[in-house]
Design a protein around this ligand. Structure first.
Ligand code: UDP
Ligand code: MG
Length: 320
């Protein structure tokens, strides 16, 4: 799937932009991108990955491509999700430095030169760090709690202020392209690979230019679960830990009840304990089985070996 091109034809810069139902932002996004990139003076291309939109996103991108051959468009057969759109974008990107940007203008394209300069300074990866995050309060609070919790669980630090606005050098992109896993959480993978060595620049964050977030709470929960499952087997061990504790407690309880019976003071209603104990143990078993199921489901997904995304059309002029 890699678009292998000789180094000579590599532009200095690729901007990768996943776009799903973004008709409201595209023209403004392109206008602002042109302005910064032309002023920056490096050779560049813009790779849009159109992720099965139901609105006019593809038509608009196609018009941009007709007007400007530096705009390349990869259109998916259907919606495969942001993670796969980025994956495809990285595979099609030809630039020496690749910048990942959301289509909704929440992070300003005007910061691209500073981010790229960071990479050219020698960092393999550079992150835009949001100074003040303009998402809903619940989203920010949830994200803050989760990032702390996930750090504890997985040992991987993704600060909740880290935006999806990043720049990578060619080697880093090639490394990501080696990963073929279906269940993927790129922020986690990037943080894990960069090993705390990435550069950062502060960026402002605004509300979406148009439309609304493409993420529901459920999708965020599932993405978090993917992260946890990809980087730790802790959920599989939860059953083991709790099970051991429950076993110990039950044994102690039994011994206690036995002693009471022997010394003739047993007046506690055993049904009470029986009921509660059984309920608790069933819970533990269900958690353990659920954790098993989660991983087995993922193994099943990987084993089936279906393609991670399917491209319908590619709009690009041949590389000269
Ligand atoms: N996106 C995508 N496929 C999806 C969902 C989102 O390509 O299934 C793109 C979307 O068009 C945007 C980026 O991913 O460019 C981030 O999405 P969004 O702004 O909705 O996420 P949020 O900022 O709320 O995290
Ligand atoms: Mg957004």
């Amino acid at each position: 799937m890699n678009s292998e091109t000789p180094t000579a034809s590599r532009p200095e810069l690729t901007i990768v932009i996943p776009a799903y139902n973004e008709e409201g932002s595209l023209d403004e996004l392109y206008r602002r991108l042109r302005e910064v990139l032309d002023a920056y003076g490096k050779t560049y291309e813009i790779v849009f990955v159109e992720d099965g939109s139901r609105d006019r996103t593809f038509e608009m991108l196609s018009a941009l491509h007709d007007k400007d051959p530096r705009v390349r468009v990869v259109q998916f057969m259907r919606n495969f999700g942001q993670q796969m759109a980025i994956t495809a974008g990285f595979q099609y990107a030809r630039g020496e430095v690749v910048v990942l940007l959301d289509a909704d203008l929440q992070t300003p394209p005007e910061e691209i030169p500073r981010l790229v300069d960071k990479v050219n300074e020698g960092y393999e990866i550079a992150y835009g760090i949001r100074q003040y995050r303009m998402d809903s309060f619940l989203r920010r609070a949830g994200s803050w709690v989760m990032s702390k919790l996930l750090y504890r669980i997985t040992g991987i630090n993704i600060p909740d202020s880290a935006s999806g606005f990043i720049a990578l050098n060619r080697r880093f992109v090639e490394t990501i392209n080696m990963y073929n896993e279906k269940s993927r959480y790129l922020s986690g993978l990037l943080a894990w690979l960069s090993y705390g060595r990435g550069g950062t620049i502060p960026v402002s964050h605004s509300a979406r230019y148009a439309g609304k977030s493409k993420y529901s709470l459920w999708q965020l929960v599932m993405l978090t679960l993917t992260f946890v499952c990809n980087f730790t087997v802790l959920p599989l061990r939860i059953g083991l830990f709790i099970g051991t504790a429950v076993m110990g407690l039950s044994l102690a309880g039994l011994a206690w009840a036995g002693l009471l019976a022997i010394f003739g003071r047993g007046t506690l209603d055993p049904l009470w304990f029986l009921g509660l104990g059984l309920g608790f143990i069933s819970g533990v078993q269900l958690v353990a089985i659920g954790a098993l199921g989660e991983y087995i489901g993922r193994i099943y997904g990987e084993v089936r070996g279906q393609p991670n995304f399917i491209v319908r059309t590619i709009l690009e002029r041949p590389a000269e």
